[in-house]
Design a binder for this molecule. Sequence first.
Ligand code: G1P
Ligand code: ZN
Length: 545
Amino acid sequence: MKNNSKPAKPYFDQKPGTSGLRKKVTVFQQPGYLHNFVQSTFNTASNLKGNLLILGGDGRFYNSQAIQIILKIAAANGVKHVMVGENGLLSTPAVSHLIRKYNAAGGFILSASHNPGGPEGDFGIKFNISNGGHAPTSFTDTVFETSKTLSHFQMTDDADIPLDKQQTCYMGEMKIDVIDSVQDYAELMEHLFDFPRIKQLFKSGVLSMCFDAMHAVTGPYAKEIFEKRLSANNDAVINGIPKEDFAGGHPDPNLAHATDLLNKLNAGPAAPVFGAASDGDGDRNMILGQNFFVNPSDSLAIMTANAHLLPGYKMGIRGVARSLPTSRAVDKVAESMGIECYETPTGWKFFGNLLDDKRITLCGEESFGSGSDHIREKDGLWAVLFWLNLIAVKKQSIEEITRSHWQHFGRHYYTRHDYEAIDSDIANELMQKLREKSDSLTGKKLSGQKIIISDDFSYTDPVDKSITKNQGIRIIFENESRIVYRLSGTGTEGATLRIYIEKYETNPEHHNIETQTALADLITIANEISAVKTLSGKQVPDVIT
Ligand code: G1P
Ligand code: ZN
């Protein structure tokens, strides 16, 4: 038996954030850095030994090297079988599905999601557990503690495995299947949605689409599903070849970054009627109609109200959940349907228990994320298919569906202002001041509106009763307007302050105001309470979504 034990260099900065460990590529390239994190995960997830592991990533720079390192660590730690995506590619939703479908003990997802890639960009790694979802905080805390003191890691000296073709091979006794990245996932989608009906609409020429894969992982998935299986127009997928640096872009499906898609949709009468985009690892989505943007919080509400019309959800919806900063549009729908609506902290991991406990069917976040109980991650292409299926059933445009929803339930005007790369001390000071101030704001009037709740959001998981504190300062007004402040947990440079602002409007005559204009008063209040301009030194946010 070979000695695979190698001395480890402990690192002290491997605390996972909102969604795994994300750092600059150069940080991951430090000697033994990835090895330290992966071995700490193996020490924590003792069930990996003798079992199946799923492995893949979004194809960004360092993806291939990381896969070879993880395979050798897995082999030395006694993993029995690894399924790895061809060319190292697997979207985040596909990993979640594969873990569940093949009863794997867990999976590694290599991605920094929507953060830019390339040698100067970001890299990331996340471990998902046997239900296909994020590891709970107790698990990631143990990994972090282990990583600070690890003395050795286990790794074989095997040669690299070619990943560019589907095949079965071995590293010692560990079996490795290099699998088709797309087929299992595409089958799942076909099972949930009415493909023949959508296909018919494409063939009739009534429906045309443009999907922007943003040079990231969803390209091969989108081509298989939209172009092949659904017979969409043959230019339906743009930027469909995954690139290590996302062609220098920022693979985040929003109005600021999905510019190729916006140009296509605003190209006049010949423009496609439906537009969508997904992010680096395929878990986010943006939905567009011609000259029309669907706010992700509205998307969740509209999905909830209409899910029963689609094959995968015809039995109805158990309950729904949204993260704290997500607008309360879905709350109105849940209330009228008589189902529970849970409010969780930011990050998909908080939905896991609610899904496993069968309390909810759908869930979503304002940050262009939505999903259901079909997997334990948010799912970009799933959301796109949901909307396509809805168009096929309702025979209405994206704009018509959204407007009639507002008419029925009222409209939640919503925006998020991000102040990026602020000095971390200043950002923490800003949050601390807000925290101190928030208690005394309750009961006060601002711009004539009484504040009914002002606190730092704390969440008690209804299933395991775990408590998660300090999840964002929320200020709720009597007229249902709301301001939320929190610091990002996914950035890799300084701190990012996110300010979320929403206003509820029931009168349809007031449903046509430009969003920033509709929210102008609240934006002023939000800026003043936090003194963001003075403290950050920035006069305007870096990104508005
Ligand atoms: C951001 C989003 C959050 C999402 C996460 C992972 O986290 O705000 O909703 O779950 O990315 O995609 P944040 O940077 O705000 O911590
Ligand atoms: Zn993502």
